[in-house]
Write a protein that binds this ligand. Structure first.
Ligand code: ATP
Ligand code: MG
Length: 416
């Protein structure tokens, strides 16, 4: 007899279940609450776009475009790509959907993204982000608002301790160009001593060498020219306003002159919230200002700034701190100890849930074991039902303050 093989899951994808799934949902719910406090409007975006949306906005030399995209030709022969990030698609929509009329536009979204990476803890091929963008705002206050929102989110998730906001400026276009040329000249002198990867990056994307984790690059990175020597007065002033705003809002930050974001479109502010509690995958949230992006997609020059955070990484921190997630808690377990009172189980559970309590019913398996099963679930209350002489008899076992809550939720319920 031949056995039928079950298809394996795709490498780098996750089936999220149990406490992991609760922590994931907790992160999203918290983000939804916080983005409303800052009045970011919710948007839903397509999971795929024309490939050029990403190749033109992110830049051909970036890791994402050069080796991480899931691209394919559809049946019409058009090259499409599963989104590796949100920003490019949102910028595309801003132009094609006439969202200019709403500028400055604050939007938020979340969902799956796809990158062909080497899977490991905290790094997947399908992963999920929460994302916030302010489009059409040139003022440093927009950067500040986004950073304060990110900070509040981490605090409300209870994971802000041990997460540091690393902040840098990449200057305006001219500052960034001057710095880039100086970096190329400097790293050329050390060409032979750099890692192969950095040698490759040197001419095309020298900023990325600063990002390198290869020990061979480290000594040269430490002495590399710094952006501060190339900042125009305007760029310097912009950055000063961002840091002053953070101080005013009580958000701690730390300057990291070697922080660069991998994508071509960044200008001025660049930032990452980093923790040492997730090993090598320590960046939980990253973003910055991308004033050059709209033009690369053929739109009018439009200043913008945004960030994205990995939901899986946030959920891992949330669970590590025992801050939420965990197993799904229950207020009341209704135990039908005898099938003759099944309908009262159904009716009472419905009434309790309508009163806003979380309820599960145990009404299957050996009747004698149902109560013990309920005890193991650790709910705040157990309501056990049995047939009695004068109709259904109900017995409530509850935490001291909670018995009254259940009683009042059941008030008016007519037992069969
Ligand atoms: P990294 O340096 O870890 O590769 P990145 O710079 O590529 O991050 P961004 O593109 O800035 O990441 O994405 C923002 C956030 O999304 C990251 O800080 C991280 O939390 C999360 N993230 C990015 N790539 C992955 C992935 N492959 N799996 C899980 N989370 C990811
Ligand atoms: Mg990456």
């Amino acid at each position: 007899m031949s056995r039928i093989e079950t298809p394996r899951p795709i490498r780098g994808t996750q089936d999220i279940f149990g406490p992991d799934a609760e922590a994931f949902a907790h992160v999203v719910e918290c983000f939804e609450r916080v983005r409303k406090l800052y009045r970011f409007r919710r948007i839903e975006m397509p999971v795929f776009e024309k490939t050029e949306v990403f190749s033109r906005s992110l830049g051909e030399t970036t890791d994402v475009v050069s080796k991480e995209m899931y691209s394919f030709d559809d049946r019409g022969g058009e090259s499409l790509t599963l989104r590796p990030e949100f920003t490019a698609g949102i910028a595309r929509a801003f132009i094609t959907d006439g969202w200019q009329q709403y500028a400055p536009l604050k939007v938020a979204t979340h969902g799956p993204l796809f990158r062909y990476e080497r899977p490991q803890k905290g790094r997947y091929r399908q992963f999920h982000q929460i994302d916030a963008e302010v489009i059409g705002a040139a003022e440093p206050q927009a950067d500040v608002e986004l950073l304060v929102m990110a900070d509040q989110l981490l605090k409300e998730l209870g994971i802000a301790d041990g997460v540091t906001l690393n902040l840098n400026t990449l200057g305006d276009g001219a500052s960034r160009e001057a710095w880039r040329s100086a970096l190329i000249a400097y790293f050329r002198q050390h060409h032979g001593d750099l890692s192969e990867e950095s040698q490759e990056r040197l001419e095309k994307n020298p900023l990325r060498i600063l990002d390198s984790k290869d020990p061979r690059d480290r000594p040269f990175v430490a002495d590399a020219p710094q952006i501060d020597d190339f900042l125009s007065e305007e760029a310097r002033d912009f950055f000063a306003q961002v840091t002053a705003g953070l101080d005013a809002a009580g958000v701690a930050w730390s300057r990291n002159p070697a922080l660069v974001r991998g994508l071509d479109y960044y200008r001025h502010t660049a930032f990452e919230f980093i923790t040492d509690r997730l090993g090598a995958q320590g960046t939980v949230l990253g973003g910055g200002r991308y004033d050059g992006l709209m033009e690369s997609l053929g739109g009018a020059p439009t200043p913008a700034v945004g960030w994205a955070a990995g939901i899986e990484r946030l959920a891992m921190l949330v669970q590590g701190d025992g801050q939420g997630g965990g197993e799904l808690p229950a207020d009341v377990i209704v135990v039908v100890e005898n099938d003759a009172v099944m309908l009262d189980g159904v009716g009472a559970a419905a009434q309790l849930r309508r009163a806003g309590l979380s309820v599960d019913m145990i009404a299957s398996g050996s009747p004698r074991k149902r109560f013990d099963k309920a005890v193991k679930l650790g709910a705040k209350a157990i309501l056990a039902l049995n047939p009695g002489d004068a109709g259904t008899q109900h017995r409530l076992r509850a935490e001291p303050d909670f018995a009254a809550v259940v009683d009042s939720a059941l008030a008016g319920y007519r037992w069969q």
